[in-house]
Design a protein. Structure first.
Length: 416
């Protein structure tokens, strides 16, 4: 049988795969012995299976397999990291001593500053440190500090040392959407800057009379220098002290006070704020950033080998008859040198925070004529230096005087 040249070329193309398709008909002319031609149809049969036919198809298949494997690996790693970062069931409980993100919202009714799930600090009764000398359970819950800002540092330190609850920074409370603790933190981070030059103050910088908040406090209108008043290199004791005093302001509706001279004045030492008295005291010079590296071993002034520095520390808070409202925050327990607390004849409500028992240097407490409710905490039995104590005029206080008051051998007069 003779074939034309076109037939040979077509067959060659079919064998080499140059003609695409799995079921394509080809035709060629066959020259017969009589000189005529016969049309012969040749059909390429469909290929069995789906195996690639050439290098290009193999590359496509291998690339698709690579993409699938890569996606599966990424998803697997992501799920693994997510599960590893979640707290265990033991750490996520809301039992006393183990803070949880499920703690109650700060409702502003006192006794916690952070909601219904607040925890007690682990400061020993004889310690005068604002932070715990042993590792609280919240350190394990939070893990190692990984923040990179002053705000993160403040928040981590306060929660790790159980001065504040997790809920006080995580939840939303109040008409303005912020808790007292959140507002105090934001003041330290966003508003608390040194003036351009304190020495350049003149009479034009001091303004009196009614301010925007309705008070009559004098406010120093100084230009902002952009230099933060406190930072992570500041001694941790000072950072905590200023935060606590600012929290007290917001928790007791400071904008409604009758007199709030110099309160929350950027760059002005808290010891200059109205009603605050301080004393130069030698404290550990460990900075906030240093504390964050090892939060379970906070040095106190009882450690003889700790470098010390002298700072003005709060020893008295006197704000009587000044229209204080709101509640008394638990953070007040982190003023270890406090000797006098005078808040009588105000409208402070809520329960008395049990954490106040940690204020072992108290000598005088006057909380009469307020709106406190609940019972007098038994923790007042830790106030072994107390000489003057008054809770009278709080009609909603229940349960009478706790028997622990018998431990207060220095108590001269009790008004109930």
């Amino acid at each position: 049988v003779g074939m034309t040249g076109n037939h040979s070329e077509t067959v060659s193309m079919m064998q080499s795969g140059q003609i695409p398709g799995n079921s394509v008909n080809y035709s060629y002319n066959n020259v017969n012995n009589n000189g005529g031609t016969n049309d012969i149809q040749v059909m390429e049969q469909p290929r069995a299976g789906v195996m690639p036919r050439n290098r290009r198809e193999w590359c496509i298949v291998l690339f698709a397999v690579f993409i699938v494997v890569a996606v599966a690996t990424g998803v697997g790693l992501g799920l693994g990291l997510y599960m590893a970062s979640r707290p265990s069931a033991d750490n996520s409980t809301t039992e006393r001593g183990s803070p949880s993100f499920e703690e109650g919202v700060d409702s502003g009714d006192g006794g916690g500053g952070g909601g219904t799930g607040t925890t007690s600090p682990t400061i020993s009764p004889g310690s005068i440190s604002p932070t715990s000398s042993s590792a609280p359970t919240s350190v394990a819950f939070l893990g190692n500090y990984t923040g990179d800002s002053f705000s993160d540092a403040i928040e981590y330190h306060l929660i790790a040392q159980e001065i504040s609850s997790i809920a006080s920074f995580r939840e939303v409370a109040g008409a303005d959407g912020d808790t007292a603790q959140q507002r105090a933190r934001d003041f330290l981070v966003l508003l608390d800057f040194l003036p351009t030059s304190v020495n350049d103050e003149d009479e034009d910088d001091i303004v009196g009379g009614e301010d925007e908040e309705g008070g009559n406090g004098k406010m120093r209108q100084l230009r902002n220098s952009g230099r933060a008043y406190l930072k992570t290199s500041t001694p941790a004791y000072r950072v905590v002290q200023r935060f606590v005093i600012a929290t007290l302001y917001f928790a007791t509706n400071g904008t409604q006070w009758i007199n709030s001279d110099f309160w929350l004045e950027p760059g002005v030492h808290e010891c200059e704020w109205l009603g605050i008295q301080c004393q130069e005291i030698s404290i550990p010079s460990v900075s906030l950033s240093e504390v964050l590296k090892n939060p379970d071993k906070i040095p106190t002034d009882e450690n003889g080998d700790v470098p010390m520095t002298t700072e003005l520390m709060v020893i008295e808070i006197n704000l009587p008859e000044n229209n204080l409202g709101g509640f008394l925050p638990q953070e007040i327990m982190a003023l270890p040198y406090l000797q006098m607390l005078g808040l009588w004849s105000n409208d402070i409500s809520g329960t008395l925070p049990t954490q106040m028992g940690k204020l072992v240097n108290l000598k005088s407490v006057h909380l009469e004529d307020n709106l406190f409710s609940g019972g007098i905490p038994t923790e007042i039995g830790m106030w072994t230096k107390i000489e003057d104590l008054s809770f009278s005029g709080n009609g909603d206080l229940e349960g009478g005087i706790p028997t622990e008051i018998g431990y207060l051998s220095n108590l001269g007069e009790t008004l109930t």
